[in-house]
Design a protein around this ligand. Structure first.
Ligand code: GTP
Length: 481
């Protein structure tokens, strides 16, 4: 999870408070001091940290609390709400209009991730069905057009640019007009940056904005500058009408929390975050979801949206409900998860699941899943489709050779499959599960899971509440079949 350490420290402070025999003002103050320390180390401005502490304390008036009130839950809720408030700009982003040409201009300093984010943004919307195109109006940095061209080609996004034209405004107008004629719905204009905020950059931005009349201006900012983001965001806002912000490089910076809160403090909504160099290392930003994942509480509604949007094979869930789980089903499952997004991100959407992936090990888990898929690709159809398959040592060695791995890797895969298949078989024998009886599943599933793993998932209670949330989402029609 992005900012995993910050989340873990806040979580630990909340847990210590919850474990205290008596929860009084002193215990709550101690918890808030720990949370404040963690936030300050993430470079959150001291003024916001003090505000958060005061607001939580004001909400928990001990002398006025009625008997029987669940103090732990109430205090936890207050902390979550105030963390959300810390990241909430109070303003909605500019909505995009389907079926119309939306011109979006990207601005930011050089090297902050503007070009990369333009392509990620285009790719994200293209996957959601928007007719999207890119215009490279960065004539300042040599190589900017090549970078955009290469990435746009990889993502199959139409683009416009020139190696010879030196006037960025002229280029932008030509590109936007061409794509408007072709009825593109999202026309993204990448503009030049500079190493620092300087007159020439702001003048160019103003001219460009007047010329292409954008529906939205997105400011791209590197999170590594922490709370200094406030001044940068204000400077850009005073020059062009910035509608929203994309905060990049949150994958590697301890100061990310400071940057996010500082930007929100300027009143510009953060719409996306960049969490790596790859095209899919890009996530929509929503305060509730972000705080939920930061604290390991999960984001079931975000996960359901991802599942609905991804083109995944849902038949495998039917087979599981019937109690069958072959190696091919396991392969399909891995493929489905891969379609949702990076494994490390998907895991944080499930409550307490990030505990299963130790800090910084998300990529390792992803590599392991990829390796398992290569191993399964070296098996025969008969092996993949027989739920009770037994491998001889000879076959294990042959499959390992075919996949270019060690026989121990093959054995590890078979062991995992056997464990899953066992749970699935027991689930299949439970009457009512096929009709989606989550209550029954909530009671029975904890008995089938290895106790250590169950503990890491937050215990039986958490598993039940997770299933309940999923059921509520399903009942509300959020999960389309
Ligand atoms: N780790 C990480 N790297 C990123 C992220 N976003 C961008 N980068 C990297 O940051 C570097 C600079 O990104 P660019 O997109 O070229 O920056 P730019 O703002 O367009 O720069 P100019 O075009 O010169 O203004 C590249 O190496 C990117 O791969 C991110 O979210 N995480």
């Amino acid at each position: 999870m992005v900012l995993g350490d910050l989340g873990k420290r806040i979580n630990r402070a909340i847990r210590l408070m919850s474990d205290a025999t008596v929860i009084d003002e002193a215990v709550v103050k101690e918890m808030l001091n720990e949370i404040a320390k963690a936030l300050l180390e993430a470079d959150v401005n001291i003024k916001y940290v003090a505000q958060l502490k005061n607001r939580v304390l004001n909400r928990v008036k001990f002398e006025e609390l009625a008997a029987g009130v669940n103090k732990r839950k109430m205090i936890q809720g207050a902390v979550v709400d105030e963390l959300c408030a810390l990241l909430d700009s109070g303003r909605d982003p500019v909505p995009l209009k389907k079926g119309k040409p939306n011109v979006i201009m990207f601005v930011g300093l050089q090297g902050n991730g503007k070009t990369t984010s333009c392509v990620k943004y285009a790719h994200y919307h293209q996957r959601k069905g928007w007719k999207t195109a890119l215009v490279c109006a960065d004539t300042f940095r040599a190589g900017a057009f090549d970078q955009l061209k290469q990435n746009a080609t990889k993502a199959r996004i139409p683009f416009y640019g020139s190696y010879t034209e030196t006037d960025p405004v002229k280029l932008a107008i030509e590109g936007v007009n061409r794509f408007k004629l072709d009825k593109f719905e999202l026309i993204i204009v990448d503009t030049s940056g500079r190493h620092k905020q300087e007159k020439a950059l702001f003048e160019e931005m103003e001219q460009m904005s007047e010329a292409v009349n954008p529906n939205d201006v997105i400011f791209v900012m590197d999170s590594s500058i922490g709370q200094a983001a406030e001044d940068q965001a204000k400077a850009f806002r005073s020059s062009v009408s910035v509608g929203s912000v994309i905060v990049t490089k949150l994958d590697g910076h301890a100061k990310g929390g400071g940057a996010l809160s500082a930007v929100s403090g300027t009143g510009s909504p953060i719409t996306f975050i960049g969490i790596g160099e790859h095209m899919t290392d890009f996530e929509p930003f929503n305060t509730q979801s972000f705080v939920g994942r930061l604290l390991g509480l999960g984001d079931i509604s975000g996960l359901m949206n991802m599942i609905n949007e991804a083109d995944i094979d849902k038949d495998v869930y039917e087979r599981i409900a019937e109690g069958h789980f072959t190696l091919r089903d396991m392969r399909d499952q891995f493929e489905n998860i891969g379609k949702l997004g990076p494994l490390s991100s998907v895991m944080t959407m499930l409550p307490h699941m990030q505990n299963l992936l130790p800090a910084g090990k998300g990529k390792e888990g992803e590599e392991r899943v990829k390796q398992f898929m290569v191993i399964m690709d070296s098996m025969t159809d008969a092996e993949l489709d027989n739920p009770k398959i037994q491998f001889t040592t000879e076959r294990e060695m042959r499959v390992a050779r075919g996949a270019g791995v060690f026989p121990t890797d093959v054995r590890m895969l078979l062991k995992q499959h056997k464990e899953f298949a066992g749970v699935v078989e027991k689930m299949g024998s439970m009457k009512g599960l096929k009709n989606g009886n989550m209550n029954m599943l909530g009671k029975e599933l904890p008995k089938m899971i290895n106790p250590q793993m169950l503990k890491k998932m937050g215990g039986a209670g958490n598993l039940q509440s997770m299933l309940k949330q999923a059921q509520q989402m399903e009942n509300s029609g959020a999960f389309k079949k």
